[in-house]
Write a protein that binds this ligand. Structure first.
Ligand SMILES: [Zn+2]
Ligand SMILES: [Zn+2]
Ligand SMILES: [Zn+2]
Length: 229
């Protein structure tokens, strides 16, 4: 758990804002990545504060540029960059710590920002809200063409999630969904081929009139008896 640099109180999960003293902590990259400012005034605009973002260089395998807002500490990644950064920062995770994963979202602040759609820093179109991974508790804002926005504190939270095997759990989850879809598809095809070949074991498409014949007969018989009494 990250702590506030001003008062040392524990910070809420996935947020850089201290509940006790109100200060905003720069926790996403501190102690994890050393970075330098590459460009002070990027043409990209912070979707939260409406100010110009700064381009910083994380110097990961050479030059690795991302955009950052000095005010809210949000980060913007070009497509694929966030995944590359997570992979490079958290490697060698082979176990899924389910208890740990259950715990990473216990101490969240109600809402850092009210739920809303925010604009892409590049094209100003509203971005989609996407769950980053199962049990991550992080909803990212994504522009398909330009990349992903993370609010302050969310990158750090994703690092923790990765360390506890969150990504492995997410992969398991995706494979499970895929398997279920394949199973459904096989069942659908089996039904279809049984129907086409007119298999007698397949009675779902049997003639409904024929099966209701005895009932119909009973009714007609009862009616005849009624009128001929
Ligand atoms: Zn504090
Ligand atoms: Zn901002
Ligand atoms: Zn865009």
């Amino acid at each position: 758990m990250a702590r506030c640099s001003s008062c040392n109180a524990p910070l809420p999960d996935g947020s850089p804002r201290c509940d006790y003293c109100g200060s905003r902590n720069d926790i996403d990259l501190k102690g994890i990545h050393f970075y330098t400012t590459h460009e002070n005034d990027s043409p990209r605009i912070c979707p939260r504060c409406d100010v110009k973002l700064k381009t910083i260089d994380l110097k990961l395998n050479g030059t690795f540029l991302i955009d950052r807002c000095d005010q809210c500490l949000g980060l913007f990644f070009d497509p694929g960059e966030l995944e590359a950064l997570l992979e490079a920062t958290v490697s060698n995770v082979f176990l899924i710590d389910k208890t740990g994963l259950d715990g990473i979202n216990l101490h969240r602040q109600p809402e850092q920002y009210a739920i809303s759609y925010i604009k892409c820093p590049v094209c100003s179109q509203l971005m989609n809200r996407v769950n980053f991974g199962v049990r991550s508790g992080v909803i990212v804002d994504r522009c398909k063409a330009h990349g992903v926005w993370l609010d302050g504190g969310e990158l750090r939270h994703l690092f923790e999630w990765m360390k506890l095997g969150g990504k492995l759990l997410d992969q398991e989850h995706q494979e499970q969904i895929k398997k279920e879809e394949q199973k459904k598809e096989i069942e659908r095809r089996e039904k279809l081929s049984a129907y086409r070949s007119g298999s007698p074991s397949f009675d779902e498409f049997g003639d409904p009139l024929r099966r209701s014949d005895p009932d119909l007969f009973d009714i007609v018989y009862a009616a005849i008896r009624f009128f001929t009494r």
